[in-house]
Write a protein that binds this ligand. Structure first.
Ligand code: GLN
Length: 446
């Protein structure tokens, strides 16, 4: 069913980069025979999954939507892939994204842009735009994405589905091609909150292969969905409903808060005073980490090697000039600059300090509140082409998701209405490792 849906819809959506039909059929047949032999059904038994193309899959191309890795055929699988296999989900294929997860519209894919299933003239968001569009178009039951500054939540909002960024450290990053290691997290994109809880249940957990993996007990996420939000205290940051927020988005968020009130929760306006520095802080830190992480792409160890170089330096230079797209080059240059001797203290170190202040903003609010709620993005999806060539405007779209990433805390985007036929996302933010409350509230709301 998944492949026939893809055949019917993907010519216009263009969510997939690589299909795994033979592999998926073999895996499904294996599941059938294991079941027939009296085996137990796994948590995600037989569910068709799409995987963002920066998650390493053994024997299945993993391109990060980059020309540099267009031929990269990994010899191992990410920890999340092993966990999905253990839960008996079936991998349908690899999904489009902004190159190396840098972007918010899928227009930075070096292959082709994915389109928003609600209106194919519009972007699906990004960087996990292929993941969001595929779930929204009914091609797969769920998808995995990665979120560094909003890349699960924002495309989920634009495509009218549910996207969860877990607490930093809850899901293993082993086998996730690193963009900004102190921010990257893998998480589920699903049609509803219950599915999100199931997928999180399957992929969360300590992994010695990831040095920042959290050694915490994994609670029962699915069991948390009891429909009860009575007495929950919600903080609503005034900075998330102020300047730059589309009035229709604001209206939808206020209507959602009314609904929470009628379910027995209470809400109050709060302040996250360092929000105005978040975008600058994020783009300094993320670019710095990216410039270091992407140094491994030298034309020798992975991916495409430039032909006929005269010497080693030229091999690096040619491979990197040809392999990386413009946004990736921009970030490598920004990051290299911020980390260079003489500028480090003024930019990188300063940004680290501001990151701490941003985290403290959240800690302060969470002393008196259980959840923080606001929009996922300031506007609904925009038209393809509308913001290319204007990286600053593009960066400002991340204003509501980036602070959460810098603080390392969990947040979910759930649909909360439409503006001119395009979905709007509500962002529900929780305390570190309190995914249960986030999911419970999202489930009661949806
Ligand atoms: N849009 C943000 C960026 O371009 C977020 C990307 C992400 O979360 N991977 O960096």
């Amino acid at each position: 069913a998944s492949y026939s849906r893809i055949a019917a819809t993907d010519a216009s959506i263009q969510a997939f980069l690589t299909l795994n039909e033979e592999g998926a059929r073999a895996a499904a047949a294996e599941l059938d025979s294991a079941l027939a032999a009296g085996g137990e059904q796994g948590l995600l038994f037989g569910l068709p999954a799409g995987i963002k193309d920066n998650i390493v899959t053994e024997g299945l191309l993993t391109t990060c939507a980059s020309q540099f890795l267009r031929n990269y055929d990994p010899i191992y699988s990410a920890t999340v892939m092993k966990k999905l296999k253990a839960a008996q989900s079936v991998t349908i294929g690899k999904l489009n994204m902004d190159e190396f997860a840098m972007g918010g519209s899928n227009e930075n894919s070096s292959f082709h842009p994915t389109r928003n299933p609600w209106n194919t003239d519009y972007v699906p968001g990004g960087s996990s735009g292929g993941s969001a569009a595929s779930v929204a178009a009914g091609q797969v039951y769920f998808a995995l994405g990665s979120d560094t500054g909003g890349s699960i939540r924002q495309p989920a909002a634009y495509c009218g589905i549910v996207g969860l960024k877990p607490t930093y450290g809850l899901v293993s990053r082993f086998g996730l091609v690193a963009f900004a290691s102190s921010l990257d997290q893998i998480g589920p994109l699903t049609k509803n909150v219950e599915d999100s809880a199931y997928v999180l249940q399957a992929i969360a957990g300590y992994d010695a292969g990831d040095s920042t993996s959290a050694d915490v007990e994994i609670p029962d996420y699915v069991g948390a969905l009891n429909g009860d939000v009575k007495g929950l205290r919600i903080g609503v940051p005034k900075e998330y409903l102020g300047q730059g927020i589309d009035p229709k988005v604001k209206e939808a968020v206020l209507a959602a808060l009314k609904q929470f009130e009628s379910l027995g929760a209470t809400w109050e306006e709060v302040s996250l005073p360092h929000t105005e520095y978040a975008v600058a802080t994020y783009y300094l830190l993320a670019s710095s980490e990216a410039s270091s992480n992407l140094a491994r792409f030298d034309g020798v160890r992975y991916g495409v090697r430039a032909e006929n170089p005269d010497n080693l330096l030229e091999l690096y230079r040619k491979s990197r000039s040809q392999g990386f797209g413009p946004e990736v080059k921009r970030r490598i240059m920004l990051g290299t600059y911020a980390l260079s001797s003489g500028y480090y203290d003024a930019y990188y170190l300063k940004a680290q300090k501001v990151r701490t202040l941003i985290k403290q903003d959240f800690d302060n609010v969470f002393q008196n509140f259980d959840l923080i709620i606001g929009p996922t993005a300031p506007t609904p999806a925009f038209r393809i082409g509308e913001q290319v060539g204007d990286p600053l405007t593009m960066y400002l779209n991340d204003i509501c998701t980036i602070p959460v990433s810098l603080a390392g805390i969990p947040a979910i985007s759930v649909p909360c209405g439409f503006a001119d036929g395009l979905p709007i996302g509500l962002q529900i933010i929780g305390k570190a490792f309190d995914e249960r409350t986030v999911l419970r509230a999202a489930h009661a709301f949806e």
